[in-house]
Design a protein around this ligand. Structure first.
Ligand SMILES: [Zn+2]
Ligand SMILES: [Zn+2]
Length: 134
């Protein structure tokens, strides 16, 4: 995990959207849920949370899709990169960790929604694993 004063920049594949997160990550976890699988098109999506006041879009505009009530997924409407998750039911802004310029800045510590896991994904047994969201 980074230092309190760290900036974490990131962005989408095409470069139309850039964002900046400040301060420490509240959590970092691999999500196996069906919703993330469809949204991202991958077996696992790794999310790292920051407080909403510590997140800003510095270039472009994130398009939002409400995938379930209170859950908004942010993406680039040009290249399709998934960037954020959040909404009224969430205290934090979840950043898709792989879109960070330095994806080493957040260290995943858990697997969530392991009950939705694809059979061809092998879990890291050293991490805390939860059937749904802890
Ligand atoms: Zn883009
Ligand atoms: Zn998920």
């Amino acid at each position: 995990m980074g230092d309190q004063t760290d900036y974490h920049d990131g962005g989408c594949l095409c470069g139309a959207i850039r964002y900046r997160a400040r301060g420490p990550f509240v959590y970092s976890a691999h999500c196996h849920c069906h919703s993330c699988q469809r949204a991202v098109g991958a077996g696992i999506t790794t999310w790292s949370g920051v407080k909403p006041e510590n997140f800003e879009v510095t270039k472009g505009e994130i398009t939002v899709y409400e995938s379930s009530p209170g859950m908004e997924r942010g993406f680039c409407n040009k290249c399709g990169s998934s960037l954020t998750g959040g909404g009224e039911n969430w205290d934090d802004v979840a950043i898709a960790s792989a879109t960070l310029d330095n994806s080493e800045a957040a260290t995943p510590t858990a697997n969530v929604y392991a009950s939705h896991k694809q059979s061809w994904i092998v879990l890291d047994e050293d991490l805390n694993t939860y059937p749904k969201f802890p």
